[in-house]
Design a protein around this ligand. Structure first.
Ligand code: GLN
Length: 193
């Protein structure tokens, strides 16, 4: 069984944990650096990136998180994707491990949340994606694969080897396919390690 951490400092970690349990993984709510040791992968949930970053620093988790994400499967959803990004428009980056540039709150106040059908590379059927004050992935580096775009071409999901970033919230619909996709990445890394 895979031990998958869910960073549980702020945001919707409980929904991720429930979904992981549903597909047969062992979710672990991570609040301390020691808990990272036995994980096969980690999800950084949506919430508020500045708050998650601040609490992570205060809990001594910041550097351990960076080290973890640099080599082990890590998936950032929404605020989590902002935390992973190497570049964040108009401010300093946080963990800066994934070669993507993001802009926070990219959809403006009028449409701060919406959901839409999204075609994800490798998925047969589209996925309903829920966006809540979501970032957009402005650009990706050479080693990064784009997994999904909005109809206007803007990037909302990308993968760089063991790193996954989604601008939306896959834990807020019953569709478990992206969580299963992440578990596959964790399985592959486990076999290679
Ligand atoms: N707007 C938040 C941020 O900038 C992200 C929103 C979310 O995670 N749903 O951190």
């Amino acid at each position: 069984m895979l031990n998958i951490g869910v960073l549980a400092l702020q945001g919707d970690f409980a929904e991720h944990a429930a979904m992981l349990r549903q597909i047969g993984a062992n979710p672990i709510e991570v609040r301390k650096a020691e808990q990272l040791a036995d994980l096969h992968g980690l999800i950084i949930p949506g919430g508020e990136s500045t708050t998650i970053s601040r609490v992570a620093r205060a809990s001594g988790l910041y550097e351990p998180l960076r080290e973890f994400a640099a080599r082990k499967p890590t998936w950032g959803t929404c605020a989590g994707a902002i935390l992973l990004a190497k570049r964040v428009t108009g401010q300093e980056a946080h963990l800066g491990v994934m070669d993507i540039a993001v802009t926070r709150n990219a959809f403006g106040r009028q449409i701060d949340s919406f959901s839409t059908e999204l075609l994800v590379e490798g998925f047969e059927r589209p996925l309903r994606a829920v966006f809540i004050r979501a970032p957009i992935i402005e650009s990706v580096g050479a080693g990064v694969r784009v997994l999904a775009r909005l109809p206007d071409g803007r990037i909302v999901a990308a993968q760089q080897g063991h790193l996954l970033a989604t601008a939306f919230h896959p834990e807020l619909t019953p569709d478990t396919r992206l969580h299963t996709y992440f578990l596959d990445i964790c399985h592959q890394q486990r076999v290679m390690a």
